[in-house]
Every structure is written in structure tokens, then in C-alpha cells.
Design a protein around this ligand. Structure first.
Ligand code: UD1
Ligand code: MG
Length: 433
């Protein structure tokens, strides 16, 4: 595809009141990334000239999207004086003769599905689909095989409300058409907004050629409510997991697995049922067992879970982390931590065994402190390591020890225990039996 042939304008300035949220609609996330991210990513695949129209929560939208993409033009809509999708097009300046306009609330659109808009020679190409329940969409009025107009739901007559052919919200215009008609839009409608969709009836009245392009609901569905958001997430999850399985990841019961956009896999990996893997996690030649949660972590040649939790910035290599082990911001290399542990702000060296119930006490209520554990250390069950603490190589720590001194030297045994006391016959006296 020749990237330079088309300019793209993404409308992302609206509030999205139907989301019933203080957050701008386009910033709601699907599989870990804002829905606007996906449509910008798709747009960048086909165009070098991508503009995003912003207004509502402009700073948040601009800042977040700039963290992913460095070559987007942000255009501010004068939403107070010119609200609506037509108002959003007022300050646009584009490089190319052909302009593709996309709604920012369509995260499921793919580059391949946009090809039909790029190829047509028509003055205007607009997307339509047929819906059993067209609620919320602009109805497309077609007479004698020609698109006459788009009527928004709030402006529609009863007869028009029954029309099931709707406007999906993607259009290819020539630059000249936009220059000509956008200034002529009025807000004489139920919502007192400037509708981009009115360009269609104006162009039709002038005898221009309008081509309706039938698109599929799965890719072109707008996200307007939290129900739509969860429907879109199911579809996006399916795409992410299908593509990962195609590239070699083994998944058991994939419908129960949640993997965010941005997670990568290398080598032979197995993900068992019920796992959640998020952020920019990287899984290399590893086995993630049932119901484990991995957030923004790197796991290499390791096995994790079942029921383990790796919190952000954990790095595991040649390591076994078992059930009910929580790791946070720690590096474990060649380590075994089989059961019931919290390892936070720590680095643990090769050959070290962390017994059941070992806790790094990394927080004193004000600050977090580090725990450094060397190689070949044996940490007995139920040990508390009160950070900051350093355990040198080849140390043994007895079960139940509370390590409070800053450093245990190589070769030592650390043991802190109250002396065991037994009272004979106590049981029988107490229970009187
Ligand atoms: C719009 C179409 C409708 C179509 C539907 C498809 C209009 C008038 N209506 O309706 O025909 O069936 O999309 O999904 O275009 N936006 C701005 N500035 C604004 C208002 C909206 O940039 O002042 C952006 C929003 O952020 C959103 C997109 O435009 O990304 C669409 O806005 P939305 O309010 O969802 O329009 P719909 O009512 O869905
Ligand atoms: Mg919409």
C-alpha cells in the first residue's frame, strides 16, 4: 500500500456521554490500550498523514497518544462554538487529495478492511451496514439505488427510524469536497450540532457521486457504551490470542485466558487456563500455569504458578515460582520459590531456595527497602527478611527466623528462635479428658 496517497482524520473530540464515565470515551481501554490507540495504529499502517481531532480532555488524550506515536497531528476542535462531528472537521488541513475520516470510537477496524475506501474513484465513499437493531446509529436513506441522506436517530421520523441500513461512520472524501461543504454545515437539528453526515445530502443535491460500501459489523462497530466496550474487548482478545497461537504459543482453554496488547512471546511457551498477562510482559520459553497473573514482567526459561502473581518489573530467568507466590519489582535468576511467598524489591541469586512462607518485609509504612540475596542461599520456611537486608552467598537461614540485621555474611547460619517449651499433660488438663 502506498502510504502517501491518503490523509486520515480521526474524530476523537467528543465526550461520549453514553459511556456514563468521567473519562473521555476514546480513552477507555480494550486489552490494556486506549481504544483510540488501535485506530491510530491502523491508520499509521496506511497513511503518513494522520490527524487526530481533540477537545474533551484534550491534554490527557494528546499526552497518552504521543507516548505511543510521535508523528500525529493533533487538531483542536472549537467544541463550544462548533460541536459535533462536522464541527470537528473545521480546522483540518491535510496533505493529500483524498481524505479518510474515521470515528475514534471504532477500535476494531483493520487496515485490510479499509482498502475499499482507498481504491474507489467515487467523490464520496461511505460505510454502511445493516443491523437488526439500528439503535443509536444514523440511518442511511437510499432512493432508487442512490444514497440521499443520513438522518441521525434524534432527528429521524418514525418511518426513518425503521430503516435498518445505518452509517458505520467512515468516509472517504476528496479534499475539495471537504473544503466546499464543511463551511456550509449548519446546526439546525435536534442536537444543535454540526453533523459531518449532512455533507452527504448536500453533495447528493449537487449531483455528486456517493458510493455506499457495505462493511461488516465486527470490524466497524462503534463503541458507545460500556456494553459495547466489553463486546469489543472480546473480539480484540480473540484476535490477540489467535495471532499468538498462530505464531506458536500453546494455550489451554484460550477463552479463559486474557492477554493484553503489548505482551510478547518467544520460543516454546505454554499458557494454561485462567491466566492474565498484561502490559509489556515478555514471555520466553516458559510455562505459565493455571490462574497466574503476570503484569509488565519478563519471564525466561521459567515456570510460574499455578496461582502465582508477578507484579510489574519482575524478572525471572531459569526460575521456578509456585503457587501463592507474589513477586514485585524483583530479579530472580536460577531460583526456586515453590510456595506462599512475597518477594518484593529484591534480587535473588542462582541456586537459592526460598522456603514456604518467606516474606521480604520491604515497607516500613513510609519507604520501601531492598533485599539482596546471594547465590546458593537456603532460606527456611516462614522467614521474614526485614529490609534493607543483604544475605551473602552460601548462607543458611533457619525456619522461622526474623532477619533484622542489615547483613548476613557468607557461610553463616542465621537463626532467631524462642526456646521451645513443652508442658506435660497440659492438653488433658485443659480439655478435661
Ligand atoms: C456518528 C454518526 C452516525 C453514525 C455513528 C457510527 C454523526 C453526526 N453521526 O454518530 O451517523 O451512525 O457515528 O458510529 O457523525 N466527535 C468529535 N467531536 C464532536 C463529537 C464527536 O470529535 O463534537 C468524535 C467522537 O469522539 C467519536 C466520533 O466523533 O469518536 C463519533 O462521535 P459519536 O458521538 O460517537 O457519534 P455517534 O452518535 O455514534
Ligand atoms: Mg459513536
Amino acid at each position: 500500500m502506498n502510504k502517501n496517497k491518503i490523509s486520515i482524520v480521526i474524530l476523537a473530540a467528543g465526550k461520549g456521554s453514553r459511556m456514563k464515565s468521567p473519562k473521555a470515551k476514546v480513552l477507555h481501554t480494550i486489552c490494556g490500550k486506549e481504544m483510540l490507540y488501535y485506530i491510530i495504529k491502523t491508520s499509521r499502517e496506511i497513511s503518513d498523514d494522520v490527524s487526530v481531532v481533540v477537545a474533551h480532555q484534550k491534554d490527557a488524550v494528546t499526552e497518552l497518544m504521543s507516548s505511543y506515536f510521535d508523528d500525529i497531528n493533533f487538531v483542536t476542535q472549537d467544541a463550544e462554538n462548533f460541536p459535533g462531528t462536522g464541527g470537528a472537521m473545521k480546522n483540518i488541513s491535510v496533505k493529500n487529495e483524498k481524505v479518510l475520516v474515521l470515528n475514534g470510537d471504532m477500535p476494531l477496524v483493520t487496515a485490510a478492511s479499509l482498502e475499499g475506501f482507498l481504491e474507489s474513484k467515487s467523490d464520496i465513499v461511505m460505510s454502511i451496514f445493516d443491523l437488526q437493531n439500528p439503535d443509536g446509529y444514523g440511518r442511511v436513506i437510499i432512493k432508487d439505488g442512490h444514497v440521499e441522506k443520513i438522518v441521525e436517530q434524534k432527528d429521524a421520523s418514525l418511518a426513518e427510524l425503521n430503516v435498518t441500513t445505518v452509517n458505520a461512520g467512515i468516509y472517504a472524501f476528496s479534499k475539495q469536497i471537504l473544503d466546499n461543504y464543511i463551511p456550509k454545515l449548519s446546526n439546525n437539528n435536534a442536537q444543535k450540532e454540526y453533523y459531518l453526515t449532512d455533507v452527504i445530502s448536500m453533495a447528493r443535491a449537487d449531483g455528486l457521486n456517493i458510493t455506499p460500501l457495505l462493511v461488516d459489523e465486527e470490524r466497524f462497530k462503534g463503541v458507545n457504551s460500556k456494553k459495547d466496550l466489553s463486546d469489543a474487548e472480546v473480539i480484540m482478545q480473540d484476535r490477540i490470542k489467535t495471532s499468538l497461537m498462530e505464531s506458536g504459543v500453546i494455550m489451554q482453554l484460550p477463552s479463559t485466558i486474557y492477554i493484553e496488547e503489548g505482551v510478547t512471546f518467544e520460543g516454546e511457551c505454554i499458557v494454561e487456563n485462567g491466566c492474565r498477562i498484561t502490559g509489556n510482559s515478555k514471555i520466553i520459553n516458559s510455562h505459565i500455569k493455571a490462574h497466574s497473573v503476570i503484569e509488565d514482567s519478563i519471564v525466561k526459561n521459567s515456570d510460574v504458578g499455578p496461582l502465582a502473581h508477578l507484579r510489574p518489573a519482575s524478572k525471572l530467568e531459569d526460575t521456578h515460582v509456585g503457587n501463592f507466590v507474589e513477586v514485585k519489582k524483583s530479579t530472580l535468576k536460577g531460583v526456586k520459590a515453590g510456595h506462599l511467598s512475597y518477594i518484593g524489591d529484591a534480587s535473588v541469586g542462582e541456586g537459592t531456595n526460598i522456603g514456604a512462607g518467606v516474606i521480604t518485609c520491604n515497607y516500613d509504612g513510609i519507604k520501601k527497602y531492598e533485599t539482596i540475596i546471594g547465590k546458593n542461599v537456603f532460606i527456611g520456611s516462614d522467614t521474614q527478611l526485614v529490609a534493607p537486608v543483604t544475605i551473602e552467598d552460601n548462607v543458611m537461614i533457619a525456619a522461622g527466623t526474623t532477619v533484622t540485621s542489615g547483613k548476613i555474611e557468607s557461610g553463616a547460619l542465621a537463626i532467631s528462635r524462642t526456646k521451645l517449651r513443652t508442658i506435660e499433660n497440659f492438653y488433658h488438663k485443659f480439655f478435661k479428658k
